[in-house]
Design a protein around this ligand. Sequence first.
Ligand code: SF4
Length: 215
Amino acid sequence: MTEDRAALLAAIAEEIRVCTKCRLHEKALNPVPGAGNPNAEIMFIGEGPGYNEDKQGLPFVGRSGDYLNYLLKLIDLKREDVFIANVVKHRPPDNRDPLPDEITACKPYLDRQTEVIDPLVIVTLGRYSMARYFPNGKITQIHGQPKFDTTRAYLPLFHPAAVLRNPGLQRDMEADVKRIPELVEKVRATRAKNPQKPAKADEKPEDPPQQLKLF
Ligand code: SF4
């Protein structure tokens, strides 16, 4: 299964490498399809590649990446334990926000990555990935408050770069991250009790997930 997932993720990454579905590929140096453990129980989803990510073709490197590594260490995890992806796979010029049509064009790649990895917990980093699962959410109001569907938990967090810009958010960020292990345990137990087919990526992932009856 690990090899199957790795092969499927590699095939998606290859499609991303040659993708021209939106304008973002035109000025980017490298695609940043995502990286990490194909069998990860936790998937982090950020916004889009920045300067360092574009240069290296890897998600969350540079200062934001260092901070994310620090946060992972708080819950005894390393990069290799999780999968990290972004809403758009090529860098928006000058680190501007991704535009709605770019997010829409890139959505199938993230949908398929999520389907392949089938994580127990999806952690959104910042507004754009939060909007996939919490369409009406405001990050300042809902950070650290998970939602559940029948197979998964969704936890909205601040973007690491936002916390670096505003150290006053650091305490909340770290408290929110420390909720992740409890969510993994809950969803693992729920799946063990109620084995069922995971939600497919094309089953309206942007709809607000329903609360699990067990929680
Ligand atoms: S950002 Fe996504 S949709 Fe746009 S060119 Fe890159 S891979 Fe394709």
